[in-house]
Design a binder for this molecule. Sequence first.
Ligand code: FAD
Length: 319
Amino acid sequence: MSEILVLVDHVDGTVRKTTNELLTIARRLGEPSAVFIGSGEPPADALKKYGAEKVYAVDDAEIRGYLVAPKAEVLQQIAEKTSAGAVLISSSYEGKEIAARLAIKLESGLITDAVDVQAGDAASGGGPVTTQSVFAGNYTVQAKVTQGTPIITVKPNAATPEEAAGAGSVEQFAATVSDAAKAAQIVASQPRTATGRPELTEAAIVVSGGRGTGGNFEPVENLADALGAAVGASRAAVDSGWKPHSFQVGQTGKTVSPQLYVANGISGAIQHRAGMQTSKTIVAVNKDEEAPIFELVDFGVVGDLHTVLPALTEEINKR
Ligand code: FAD
């Protein structure tokens, strides 16, 4: 069985949920191997819990001191050494840049923003088959890489992380970094300010508000906190200055694919749908029963969000 490389997404050695999702997907395709680029001991226990058979540890200040290019070189060297069956990377801005550089280095095909990855059948030549939502969500496409090592970036929440013990044997990997890869040095970095809520693109539950909030996001935020959810917003809410652009869900904002998306006072314009329609379960609260969002939902409540959300939050908090 070929090794499926998973680039570990972590914050100072703490593995993010997206990595567990990638390891879960990797197990469908072959033998998962995690590639940890960071300082100190690799988090082998956390990685083997989700099936990592091997953990390639790369601890090199030269790599960490520069932007993405050295990481692509590390992955190239490990992929070539192991004749990897595929490389899976999280669909973050950084992940996609690493993937693009890696694809050029390996002369391989690249698929970005997969919402699902399955093993292809032997009749179609094997290899991973991905599902993507494209053209603002108007088409769902299944695709596979036909040249080189498949490089795939996978959206957060594309899989439910499932535990499965792997060997987690650590191998220190001494990578070489070219001068060209050192073209952009990190001179300072600051951690993101913690909000106490999950990151929007990674959250299992997202509660969003639109123009219908009238600028009062309190009911939306209270419901989000009761559910342990991230808060999102429509562009109308962002353009009104009620939330910063980092909260915007949609074609020109973030794409989310949570287990549960709750849209409150949002009409359901195509540009908003583009950012949330791959959510597993969609709930909407809107006072207009003709609102287009109701065409998309699994559950809909026709009502005033300022009444419905506090009642819902109170009920959840009782449990
Ligand atoms: P509206 O369309 O005004 O809808 C408000 C809804 O709230 C209505 O359905 C109303 O019935 C309901 N409502 C009002 N009061 C209440 C109440 N008290 N309780 C319950 N319901 C109530 N939009 C995005 O969201 N994300 C994007 O990334 C994005 N990108 C765009 C890119 C382009 C190029 C363009 C042209 C547009 C883009 N838009 C985007 C804008 C998009 O077309 C819509 O204008 C926007 O999504 C509307 O936001 P909304 O649903 O909050 O507001």
